[in-house]
Design a binder for this molecule. Structure first.
Ligand SMILES: [Zn+2]
Length: 494
């Protein structure tokens, strides 16, 4: 009898240990979200996207081919703007004094849902649709961040939403924002300063990625600016005492900044490049120019760091007897994530499912990985778990953050590039212009359209998104990081 009792006790103990171990294995950061339901409205939106797949693919390919860099996106912006116009949107071009920025509006009344589109390429990344480095034209731009897909998918989602709204008589307003110059962190910052995003109830965005994910992490706030030093030229050997070196001023600035790092919070990030350091060693450079990024976890920290950086620049000019000029380019906030909105987007990502890449596409991805000496894992075909971020701050910066301070903003990432490959790279250009990019585009468009439909048909979603947003930003009102008189760096049409 005693033996049986001991056996039962032992088994119970073992069972509870198992249960405990199982519990411990569960990731405490994991958030469980169920797939969204396939409603008749969503079905219609998906059907519209499938039916228009060929035309959308063509737009994606065309913007990929245009490959226009920041502020030069004349053809890309026009292609999307005229497509939206043709589909029944009211388009306002040249908003916020930027010829390549536009807003396309459909519908009326509340809720007003924003969707962000980007379409700028990166300099020097020209690449053919092949799995090894082969520029179409050496030194020309290429879509190394997938913004051709970004712009096309967002536009597609906006039109799909409009089609369903029109057919079903749904009230509300869809605003598609054509945002130029993301790569220089300019477009949305100027649009935000000029009130272009005002009046939104919420906003949806996305980005092509190497994983299918919805993140509720943040990003770093940042200021980016250029410094020019003006000295006096002289023969570097004959009469250097007559010279005042502008390059010395930059070098002393950088030495100062590198000493400063120790006395900033570990979250601060400062980086720089010298754009002009003189022409020849035997001439004391009378002109030099450098470009700086100062980042930290939030605007307040960035502004404090920036004040100290300015002091160092001034000190370097005193030490070298040179003068200087600062050109403030842009600044951004840290991103305010929105968990309520992100859960809606994630549930729709689960509903739509990840892009289905075929054997050929996986082989293409693996060839790229092989050529870059990376593990040949191909393209991710699963959806990342939805998790709380491990830390509340991020390392990169984005001008989407500006929108997130003006309205609750949420988004997703969809696979278009092979696991482990670098961003802003020829391999990303190659994948974004072919079937891999097109599949990514359609998935992103479906998830955004479905999420938009959820937000349109369930007012409590936006209400909750806004409650969370108000709670997060507390009493802080949006204040543009830009000086009020700063003009956007407009470039002429080529
Ligand atoms: Zn990007």
């Amino acid at each position: 009898m005693k033996k049986i009792f001991a056996l039962i006790l032992g088994m119970a103990l073992l069972f509870s240990l198992y249960a405990l171990a199982d519990k411990e294995q569960k990731d405490p950061l994991l958030i469980e979200v169920k797939p969204a339901k396939l409603t008749p409205l969503k079905k219609e939106a998906f059907e519209w996207l499938e039916k228009n797949r060929a035309e959308l693919t063509k737009i994606n390919e065309e913007i990929w081919r245009f490959a226009e860099v920041a502020m030069e996106e004349y053809k890309s912006a026009e292609l999307l703007a005229s497509y939206l116009e043709k589909k029944g949107f009211q388009v306002k071009r040249g908003v916020a004094e930027m010829p390549t920025a536009f807003v396309a509006v459909y519908g009326s009344g509340k809720p007003v849902i924003g969707i962000l589109a980007e379409y700028d390429a990166l300099p020097g990344l020209s690449q053919d649709l092949v799995s090894s480095k082969k520029p179409v034209e050496e030194g020309e731009p290429g879509h190394g961040c997938g913004h051709n897909i970004f712009g096309t998918a967002s536009t597609a989602a906006a039109v799909a939403l409009k089609e369903v709204m029109e057919k079903r008589g749904l009230s509300g307003t869809i605003k598609l924002f054509g945002c130029p110059a993301e790569e220089t962190v300019v477009g949305k910052v100027f649009m935000a300063r000029d009130g272009i995003f005002d009046g939104l109830c919420c906003c949806i965005q996305w980005h092509p990625s190497s994983s299918n994910n919805v993140s509720i992490g943040s990003s770093n706030a940042m200021n980016q600016f250029e410094v020019e030093f003006f000295g006096k030229a002289a023969h570097a050997a004959g009469d250097p005492w007559h010279g005042r070196s502008a390059l010395d001023a930059i070098e002393l600035t950088n030495v100062g900044l590198n000493y400063l790092r120790e006395h900033l919070k570990p979250t601060a990030r400062i980086h720089y490049v010298i754009l002009d350091g003189g022409g020849a060693p035997n001439v004391v450079p009378d002109y030099a120019r450098a470009w700086y990024y100062v980042r930290d976890i939030d605007r307040e920290y960035v502004e404090k760091d920036y004040e100290r950086v300015l002091k160092i620049i001034e000190a370097a000019s005193l030490m070298t007897d040179t003068t200087y000029k600062i050109k403030f380019n842009s600044g951004v906030h840290e991103m305010l994530s929105n968990r309520v909105g992100s859960e809606v987007v994630y549930s729709n990502l689960l509903l739509v499912g990840p892009p289905q890449f075929d054997e050929q596409e996986q082989a293409f991805a693996k060839e790229i990985q092989k050529s870059l000496e990376l593990e040949e894992k191909g393209l991710k075909s699963e959806i990342e778990p939805f998790k709380l971020p491990q830390r509340s701050w991020g390392s990169g910066s984005t001008d989407v953050a500006e929108v997130s301070w003006l309205t609750p903003t949420t988004g997703l990432g969809v696979v278009y590039k092979p696991v482990g490959t670098p961003g802003h790279h020829w391999s990303a250009v190659a994948c974004g212009g072919m079937s891999i990019g097109h599949k990514c585009m359609l998935t992103a468009a479906k998830v955004m359209a479905a999420s938009g439909l959820d937000m349109l048909s369930h007012p409590e979603i936006i209400k909750k998104m806004r409650e969370e947003w108000m709670e997060k930003k507390k009493d802080k009102e949006y204040k543009s990081p830009l000086p009020p008189d700063l003009k956007p760096p407009v470039k002429p049409r080529k």
